[in-house]
Design a binder for this molecule. Structure first.
Ligand code: NAD
Length: 501
């Protein structure tokens, strides 16, 4: 990695050399057909760091043609699972070899902590790729004994050409949650990273080629949602779209699928997750978990525990402890190893979060701490806690996607369950208690795709992850995710002295 210091040893400015800024189609980096580019901005200072090719409908067309040719006639879907798995393992090794540079790219593009980028984010990415590399030769159907003189077997075949539309909050791990099971299944694909964070996706395309993934299998189109993204969602020759992003855009993707070729879709959408802390929880540990639950990745986390419900017996002690700890929460340059919270991804997100904070104050919630921009440059916001929040308030209903906690008090377990479920979302929930009966009752009563008991953000390649309600459908991670990229074919044949013979 090339590092450029700005002469101020305290500022921790490290700019990796940006090597890839063009579209990646059929194994080559190419300019967009229009020749247009867009600016990638470093949120630490609001400055331009790269001009990236702006893909549009015609470029998507070109990429889909390459992916279709690679699917219909190329080697990838026809290779044995173990051969695909070996190439994917090599791809994962190359990611690990370049982890520092990749983490630095996500830091300057998304404002992510460099330390968190290296681990868990990049390490999780290569880990997910290895998990599915290992699964590639374990994809098989069933033998069925039918009624009458017939028997059948099922084949699980790759679904075809896939479009992956990726958000900006985890540009690396979400890329691999989507791309890895699709590669293992034998699909070919067009990936569109978010316009805020295009850089690491292009680097991954380069590494895929180096690892031996054939041309046309993995194409990357950088560009904007309403143009390049919409062209993927409505394309007649894309068989499946896997979308991760906001519920609003998820709805558009679903509409586009319905009015084009009825392509399969899966949606990983927003959340407004509850963390429920019972009286028997350790106050110190609960405060740590509550802070990390909402402030991790500066709150730009789909599973952020942004609604913290605390039982009345420990409420006051917990509030005090949160205030104590938040004073030591360090905001600043995400390259600085002592920093816990970097800048929001861009000006739009920064303005959006600040306007939610203003809304919370107007609605009558009490601003316990924070609530203001931090520093003089870039898109930093103070870690913020509201109290006196009601379920009906906008700050308790909408996904703010920023470092803003709503702290709420409850008396009974039923009250906690009702409030936790008082949301249109259903992505995740956390429960802190040592009472097994309470943990079991609450985990079964909450309508969310993942429940963390006495932990939070425990995400692993082997554990399915996805939404209930308006947080979407379809599961990432685990063996379940392969189903998104496979379809079942039944092959039936007569046996013995069947009348068919
Ligand atoms: P977004 O919906 O604005 O954008 C996501 C992606 O969709 C981007 O690549 C964007 O360019 C593209 N897009 C935008 N308009 C489009 C259109 N009309 N047609 C097709 N594609 C379009 O979301 P975001 O702001 O990038 O990400 C934040 C959201 O993502 C939050 O709501 C967050 O909760 C959600 N998210 C969910 C998960 C999950 O696993 N459930 C993970 C991460 C983020």
């Amino acid at each position: 990695m090339e590092v450029e210091a700005d002469g101020n040893s305290e500022s921790f400015i490290k700019i990796p050399e940006i090597k890839f800024t063009k579209l990646f189609i059929n194994g080559n980096f190419v300019d967009s057909i229009s020749g247009k580019t867009f600016e990638s901005i470093d949120p630490r200072r609001g400055e331009v760091i790269a001009k990236v090719a702006e893909g549009d409908k015609e470029d998507v067309e070109f990429a889909v043609k390459a992916a279709r040719e690679a699917f219909d006639h190329g080697p990838w879907p026809r290779l044995s699972g173990s051969a695909r798995g070996r190439i994917m393992m090599k791809f994962a090794d190359l990611i690990d070899e370049n982890a520092e540079e990749l983490a630095a790219l996500d830091t300057i593009d998304a404002g992510k902590l460099f330390s968190l980028g290296k681990s868990p984010d990049i390490a999780l990415s290569s880990g997910i790729l290895r998990y599915y590399a290992g699964a590639a030769d374990k994809i098989h159907g069933e033998t069925l004994k039918m009624s009458g003189e017939l028997q059948a077997y099922t084949l699980r075949e790759p679904i075809g050409v896939v479009g992956h539309i990726i958000p900006w909050n985890f540009p690396s791990s979400i890329f691999f949650m989507n791309v890895s099971p699709a590669l293992a299944s034998g699909c070919t694909m067009v990936v569109k990273p978010a316009e805020q964070t295009p850089l690491s996706a292009l680097y991954y395309a380069h590494l895929a080629k180096q690892a031996g993934i054939p041309n046309g299998v993995l194409n990357v189109i950088t560009g904007f949602g309403p143009t390049a993204g919409a062209a993927i969602a409505s394309h007649m020759d894309i068989d499946k779209v896997s979308f991760t992003g906001s519920t609003e855009v998820g709805r558009l993707v679903m509409q586009a699928a319905a009015t084009s070729n009825l392509k399969h879709i899966s949606l990983e959408l927003g959340g407004k997750s509850p963390l429920i802390i019972f009286d028997d929880a350790d106050v110190d540990k609960a405060a740590d978990l509550a802070l990390v639950g909402v402030l991790y990745n500066k709150g730009e986390t789909c599973v952020a525990g942004s609604r913290v419900f605390v039982q009345e017996g420990i409420y006051d002690a917990l509030e005090k402890k949160l205030l104590e700890k938040i004073k030591k929460w360090v905001v600043g340059d995400p390259f600085d190893p002592s920093v816990l919270q970097g800048p929001q991804v861009d000006k739009t997100q920064y303005d959006r979060i600040l306007s939610y904070i203003e809304h919370g104050k107007r609605e009558g919630a009490t601003l316990l701490t924070g609530g203001k921009p931090w520093g003089e440059k870039g898109y930093y916001i103070e870690p913020t806690i509201f109290t006196d929040v009601k379920d009906s308030m906008l700050i308790a209903r909408d996904e703010i996607f920023g470092p803003v906690m709503s702290l709420m008090k409850f008396k009974t377990i039923d009250e906690a369950i009702t409030s936790a479920n008082a949301t249109r979302y259903g992505l995740a929930a956390g429960i802190l208690t040592n009472n097994l009966n309470v943990a079991n009752t609450v985990s079964r009563s909450i309508r969310a795709g993942i429940i963390w008991i006495n932990c939070y953000f425990a995400i692993d390649g082997d554990c399915p992850f996805g939404g209930y309600k308006m947080s979407g459908f379809g599961r990432n991670l685990g063996m379940d995710a392969l189903d998104k990229y496979l379809q079942v074919k039944s092959v039936v044949t007569p046996i013995y002295n069947s009348p068919w013979l």
